[in-house]
Write a protein that binds this ligand. Sequence first.
Ligand code: GDP
Ligand code: MG
Length: 163
Amino acid sequence: MKPVIALVGRPNVGKSTLFNRLTRSRDALVADLPGLTRDRHYGEGRVGERPFLVIDTGGFEPVAKDGIMYEMAKQTKQAVVEADVVVFIVDGRQGLTPHDKTITDFLRKCGRPVLLVVNKSEGMKYTSVTADFYELGMGDPYVISAAHGDGVADLVTEALDVA
Ligand code: GDP
Ligand code: MG
């Protein structure tokens, strides 16, 4: 069985961009419109000789109680259940948001290993791009640029090691 990595985070942090890079596909729709990728989305990737499955999710909107946002949150929870490891993505340019905290609370209860990843870090110093996120209590974050590829191979290698 290939290990399963779920990409989780609020809309617009770069989940689909990372998914596309990992699967080298254009299957997941990347857009500036937050929340456009509304379904869980499966792809296959490989780092070195190690294959894995990756699930893109439509984004976690914990405040919504019904409608499309509620469905998206449900699907994200399902993806986490199916995953061996969760890659929890936050946006280094926007900094910490209340949604990030709510997602953290959910992931703490999910019983899966979670890697905290600060995306959009290209051209930024580790200390300044990560400073906000220590408050989440998830230790030293990984920094990546899903758009440029920086840090992505190291992140996946670590994810597979803890899966
Ligand atoms: P999702 O909603 O989490 O799936 O986010 P998307 O992958 O659709 O990306 C949302 C926006 O962030 C798009 O405009 C992307 O081009 C942009 N984005 C994604 N990754 C990066 C990155 O590493 N650096 C920068 N600067 N922008 C990024
Ligand atoms: Mg998306």
